[in-house]
Design a protein around this ligand. Structure first.
Ligand code: SPV
Ligand code: MG
Length: 537
């Protein structure tokens, strides 16, 4: 339903409804969230939030700009407090057209002179508009609207200016005949006497709107029982925010710390929520190329690395010093060098020693009687689900281009395979050899090579390379992979399964794991000899 129609229904229904003031985008959202069916674009509050007086010091286009933010941020109709219409009938026509373009449902104009003054500042001294002139303005506004549900509320200031009931009724009737859709009868008394007297005589000729700022102690039942259409809470969010801001500013100025105020302010996450940050994240998933969403890394580093003997008595292998810094620091450097900042590390053995800054630390306290898959699952559960992922072991040194290549591949799953596997074989290392859909060659450069199997037992004639321990997983694939790992771990025999077992299972079940061939430029640390080598890497 269009906002104009929603507002007209509020006006015309026999039930009492309420509008609450808002003065910018975020206060409009707050009003809507609180459950109000409409918003009062208060002239007092809008001018106050600009830091100027309610005397048309802010131009009408400045008001209009703010209204556009308010309207864009909400679905409930906005009734603009349009002061006197910012000029004569001609200004009023243009105002109505501009309001319609911004999806503002209605405007209220008051029968005073431009530039106006707030009704609560020396109201009695304020001159009223000529009735005929004001009627012309209403007619011009009605003729200018292109949506026949757009509403014009005529505000009668006779009581404010010190005139009596008969002047108020005379004016209201003239405005009704000029085409107004409702009458706002304003009063600065501390009791509802004037508006009640008006309503009694006026009866139901047109819906009647009131602003009980000064007669705030009156029970809402009185308004309901007397058949008013709309009650406007005209400036209370502005006043609430002024009180909160003054208190916070005072405390900050005196205490000079943030902890005095932290409990009194909303968390920044609430600001983001009100701004609609979640919608943008969803849209990014839909529209942004993967590369721009960023890539994260998950380093599996829970095991001790007993093969390094004494070196890992006090710390896990990932924290063993290589060229004066822990292995993990070198890994973090290489990841950072490819632009990967979001790095999670699964730690287990001597976990308190894995304490480098800027890491998302995930604990695997079952590291002793479980395998890599348990660490992987804990890791997958503890990372962002909306970024592509590079999984790495915590004991490899590598040139950044290897990770870069993986990060840039746009497939769901990919692994890096070193064609220089003979070197490992010559060093008599147990390596994770890979059999692929085609060997590394000129053709394989442009072909889509996929993984067929990883294992330590592949016959040399079938080996196409050595898996370096990296897996690239696209963000869309993370949740699927989590389910596969959960299923595998449901089987007790697979509790100690390793990443190659997972890759083999994926391949066997028909998933494509892309192979990216590279040659050398990495080193895994499996022996004291490797630690020494690593110093020169
Ligand atoms: C406003 O909210 O700007 C109004 C209502 O016009 S009052 O301040 O009561 O005049
Ligand atoms: Mg006003």
């Amino acid at each position: 339903m269009k906002k104009t129609q929603k507002f007209r229904l509020l006006l015309d229904s026999t039930q009492l409804d309420f509008l609450c003031e808002a003065h910018n985008g975020i206060s409009a959202v707050i009003v809507e969230e609180a459950g109000f069916k409409g918003i009062w674009g208060s002239g007092l509050s809008l001018s106050a939030q600009f830091g100027v007086r309610d005397n048309n010091e802010a131009s009408w286009t400045q008001v209009l700009e703010m209204l556009e933010f308010m309207s864009d941020a909400t679905r409930v109709p906005i009734l603009l407090d349009g002061d006197t219409g910012y000029g004569n009938f001609n200004n009023m026509r243009r105002l109505v057209r501009k309001l319609e373009q911004r999806d503002i449902a209605a405007v209220c104009i008051e029968d005073k002179l431009f530039p106006k003054t707030n009704s609560f500042i020396k109201g009695q001294a304020q001159p009223l508009a000529d009735i005929d002139e004001f009627c012309g303005k209403i007619k011009a506004g009605k003729d200018a609207q292109s949506d026949d549900k757009f509403s014009i509320v005529a505000r009668v200031e006779a009581f404010i200016a010190g005139w009596g009931l008969s002047e108020a009724l005379k004016r209201a009737e003239a405005y009704r005949q000029a085409g107004a859709d409702a009458i706002l009868i304003h009063s600065a008394l501390g009791t509802p006497d004037e508006v009640l007297a008006f309503k009694k005589e006026w009866a139901d000729r047109l819906p009647v709107v009131i602003v009980p700022t000064k007669y705030y102690a009156t029970s809402t039942e009185v308004f309901r029982n007397n058949g008013f259409s709309l009650v406007i809470w005209a400036n209370h969010l502005l006043r609430a925010s002024i009180a909160a801001m003054q208190q916070t500013a005072q405390t900050l100025a005196t205490d000079r710390n943030l902890f005095s105020v932290e409990d009194r302010v909303v968390p920044v996450s609430e600001v983001f929520r009100l701004q609609g940050a979640i919608e943008l994240q969803e849209a990014e998933k839909k529209y942004l190329p993967l590369r721009q969403r960023g890539v994260q890394a998950l380093v599996l580093a829970a095991s001790r690395g007993t093969e390094l003997g004494e070196l890992t008595e006090q710390r896990p292998k990932t924290m063993v010093q290589v060229a004066g810094r822990p292995l993990l620091a070198h890994i973090v450097d290489a990841l950072n060098a490819t632009g990967i900042k979001n790095i999670s590390v699964v730690r287990g053995y001597k976990k308190e020693t894995v304490d480098l800054p800027n890491l998302n630390l995930i604990d695997n306290d079952e590291y002793e009687d479980s395998g890599e898959l348990v660490s992987l699952l804990k890791g997958l559960r503890g990372i962002r689900q909306d970024q592509d992922l590079i999984v790495s072991y915590g004991d490899v040194l590598f040139n950044k281009y290897i990770v870069q290549m993986l990060a840039e591949s746009e497939v769901a799953l990919a692994v890096a395979i070193d064609t220089n596997w003979i070197e490992s074989a010559n060093r008599h290392r147990q390596a994770d050899y890979a059999r692929c859909s085609m060997p590394h060659s000129r053709e394989s450069f442009s072909a889509r090579v996929t993984l067929e199997r990883i294992g330590v037992d592949i016959p040399p004639a079938n080996i196409h390379g050595e898996w370096m321990g990296f897996i690239k997983i696209s963000s869309e694939e993370i949740s699927t992979l989590m389910k596969v790992v959960e299923q595998m771990l449901g089987n007790d025999d697979l509790r100690r399964a390793k990443l190659p077992d997972l890759l083999n299972l994926l391949v066997e079940s028909g998933r494509q794991v892309q192979v990216l061939y590279t040659t050398g430029h990495w080193l895994d640390i499996d022996s004291l000899d490797d630690v020494l080598h690593a110093g020169n890497f």
